[in-house]
Design a binder for this molecule. Structure first.
Ligand code: AVJ
Length: 327
């Protein structure tokens, strides 16, 4: 009998230079007149734990809604593509992905799972778990940053699904979003599909509740970025001296998370040789999370050399899963 033991390969593309990425972003973002840090620094071990907790909050509809959409449509997506491999960007803990892998296994086409993530712990744990759950599965993990290491993903063996779930595409500004989609499109052959999870434009009250939960988990998640700077760069931020602010900007159709200084502050960040001043109520932006309409996705796809093939949503039109092909 053919051995059914799966195989695990993990390739690292992160080097010592990546320790400088936080330093560079801090130097760049905290010396601007409007202070800003990229949201990727929210996800250290504690931040990832808090994000998992956010996903279970009653106010935070995106995770459960996306899961329900995938539960309903995974079979049809797999049948239409005959996908044998699944590439997942920023895989994290792959819970929703299991719905797609199940459908691929049930269709008899499942061969390979290729997660790309910045956390080696997460990649190893999920690889080990998945080769157990899917006999014969090959897992090829890429330890890297999806903004820089798309080229490290091995070429496709069979029809491929490239998935970018959770609405993380919303963290890009509009211009960089199209550049990123274009880069994703370069790896997409005619038989492959990109599955893109997007949060949708809706009643601002619903959106704002999702980012201002009553348990204060999102506030802790936001403030945790200051603890990351304290630990990694020896900074002396007092996270309690900052207030969590999250609001929906109706004109830009995105949510912003900010940290607002309760009082004037002087913070030293020895790791980058910086002293940063905050005025009373001055704000530091830590995330934008864009909300989409079907029309916006169509325009972004067209502007990136791609085509929206189908748009899957829930009955309340809270969240969308876009099936995108090369054009
Ligand atoms: C992981 C970027 C999709 O924007 O909703 C959750 C992160 N921020 N609560 C989002 C997040 C605040 C999340 N994404």
């Amino acid at each position: 009998m053919k051995a059914t033991a799966g195989t695990i390969t993990i390739e690292s593309h992160l080097g010592p230079a990546d320790d400088r990425s936080l330093a560079y972003d801090v130097l760049d973002g905290l010396t601007r007149p409007f202070k800003e840090l990229p949201p990727k620094h929210l996800y250290d071990t504690e931040g990832s734990r808090l994000f998992e907790a956010i996903c279970r909050l009653p106010e935070y509809y995106p995770t459960r809604t996306e899961r329900a959409i995938l539960a309903e449509h995974s079979g049809a997506i797999v049948a239409a593509t005959g996908a044998s491999e699944l590439v997942e960007l920023g895989s994290g803990v792959p819970t929703k992905t299991r719905l797609l892998l199940d459908a691929m296994r049930d269709a008899g086409s499942l061969d390979r799972y290729l997660p790309l993530d910045v956390s080696e712990t997460v990649l190893r744990a999920s690889a080990e778990h998945l080769v157990e759950a899917y006999p014969g599965l090959r897992v090829h993990g890429v330890l890297g940053d999806f903004e820089r290491h798309l080229d490290a993903i091995p070429a496709a063996d069979g029809p491929r699904l490239l998935v970018f779930l959770g609405g993380t595409i919303g963290n890009f500004t509009p211009g960089s979003r199209r550049r990123f989609l274009r880069a994703l499109g370069r790896g997409l052959r005619a038989q492959d599909r990109l599955l893109l999870g997007v949060d949708l434009v809706k009643d601002p009250a619903v959106i704002e509740a999702a980012y201002n939960d009553s348990a204060g988990i999102t506030a802790a998640f936001n403030r945790n970025i200051l603890s990351v700077l304290n630990r990694e760069l020896g900074a002396d931020f007092d996270p309690d001296a900052f207030e969590h602010v999250a609001f929906y900007d109706r004109h830009r159709e995105w949510v912003e998370m900010r940290l607002r200084a309760h009082a004037p502050q002087v913070v030293s960040i020895p790791g980058v040789g910086l002293t940063v001043h905050f005025a009373h109520r001055e704000e530091l932006r830590t995330e934008i999370s864009a909300k989409f309409t079907r029309e916006r996705i169509e325009a972004d796809a067209a502007g990136s050399g791609l085509r929206l093939e189908s748009f899957l949503t829930d009955e309340d039109r809270l969240f969308g899963v876009c099936v995108i092909a090369s054009s």
